[in-house]
Design a binder for this molecule. Structure first.
Ligand SMILES: Cc1ncc(COP(=O)(O)O)c(C=O)c1O
Length: 373
């Protein structure tokens, strides 16, 4: 399809979403304002119950961000200096950053070249005496290979945390992201599949002991008011954010359906010119990002940007090559798949509200770029 005019797209259309749910969201916010219950309270427990039921676990614990959700989960497992935690190097830095913050060591394991999630066949070799657990990231909206990861962990007696910050609502073999391993965590950062209007996150688990610990650790390790049993943090979910999430959650299933439709539409239109997201047949994706692999990323992204199509790179450098992790002693070449994907990955505009005309425009521009040589 040839477009003679130029469109100007949003990378993620949060404005259309707000306008559609405005009445509901504004009412939820004003209920918090009227109640003056700004910290914790019934909105937090209502949201925790709703989302834990949705994920299919007993406990949901609202926390201040996805980063703090991973941190608190590691704290609940008592991760400390000298411990080792396995995770992929191709993820947002938060996954590994919190391991280092606790004085433990991130031990990277390369990703699968089709799904871009941690490659379970490489995990066992990296398990040593000091290994306490695995953080598997469900990148771009597709759940990592949890059955294989869980079974390795069970055999070795270590824990598994799913970093589901990009995959809330996705399904894996009929089960929901965040409800499959010992602990699942997610982020409510505004651009996420279920996003609030600030920072927020949640930890999910069936383990009563871990849930109890996290509930205490998110309030300075307190058990009763001003009685502190542990060293914790201020890691509570903000009550206004919880209210916004309650309103937005009512539309989540419909948004996920739209995300799937839009993701498939992109793939249909692009699969013969670039590498489109690979989906295991037993997985559904929530397309937190719609990311393609291209051998001409700089040229393509410039061409798209010049034509009103914003793009993003998730992520331009794997974690083992980040300065912050230089102390780990990894080198270029250590994780070839992560390095290859970091060189070619490019995210296109994606949200449940992107229109078919906008998608046709993006598809037309990508195809036009390749056609023009
Ligand atoms: C894979 C992954 N892990 C962790 C995080 C951290 O979440 P937050 O930004 O809510 O702290 C993000 C969010 O960007 C993420 O994408």
């Amino acid at each position: 399809m040839a477009f003679l005019f130029q469109m100007k797209l949003n990378f993620i259309d949060l404005k259309s979403q707000y306008l559609k749910y405005k009445q509901d969201i504004d009412r939820e916010i004003s209920e918090v304002l009227e109640s003056t219950q700004f910290i914790m309270g019934s909105k937090i427990s209502e949201l925790e119950r709703m989302l834990a039921d949705y994920v299919g676990v007993r406990f949901g614990i609202g926390v201040s961000s996805g980063t703090d959700a991973i941190l608190l989960a590691l704290m609940a497992y008592g991760v400390k200096t000298g411990d080792e935690i396995i995770c992929p190097p191709f993820t947002f830095i938060a996954t590994a950053e919190v391991i280092s913050l606790l004085g433990a060591r991130p031990v990277f394991v390369d990703i699968d070249e089709k799904t871009y999630n941690i490659d379970p066949s490489l995990i066992e070799d990296k398990i040593a005496d000091k290994t306490r657990g695995i953080i598997a990231v469900s990148l771009y909206g597709q759940v990592a290979e949890m059955d294989a990861i869980n079974s390795i962990a069970q055999r070795k007696g270590i824990f598994v945390i799913e970093d589901g910050c990009q995959s809330f609502g996705a399904a894996y073999k009929g089960r929901r992201s965040c409800g499959i391993p010992d602990v699942g965590v997610t982020s409510f950062f505004p651009s996420k599949p279920l996003g609030c209007y600030g920072d927020g996150g949640m930890v999910f688990t069936d383990d009563e002991e871990i849930a109890k610990l996290i509930k205490s650790l998110r309030v300075h390790g307190q058990e009763k008011r001003y009685q502190h049993k542990y060293i914790g943090i201020n890691g509570r979910l903000d009550t206004i954010q919880a209210a916004i999430l309650i309103a937005k959650f009512r539309h989540l299933d419909e948004e996920i359906r739209l995300r799937e439709t839009k993701g498939s539409y992109y793939s249909e239109g692009l699969k013969d010119v670039v590498i489109t997201p690979f989906m295991e047949e037993y997985n559904t994706s929530v397309y937190a990002q719609y990311s393609i692999m291209t051998d001409r990323r700089d040229g393509l992204s410039k061409y798209l940007n010049d034509n009103g199509v914003p793009t993003a790179i998730h992520y331009p450098a794997p974690l083992h090559l980040q300065e912050a992790f230089s102390y780990l002693g990894y080198r270029e070449g250590d994780f070839p798949v992560s390095e290859m994907v970091a060189k070619g990955i490019l995210s296109l505009p994606m949200s449940p509200f992107i229109t078919q005309a906008e998608q046709d425009y993006v598809i037309g521009k990508v195809r036009g770029f390749y056609k023009s040589g």
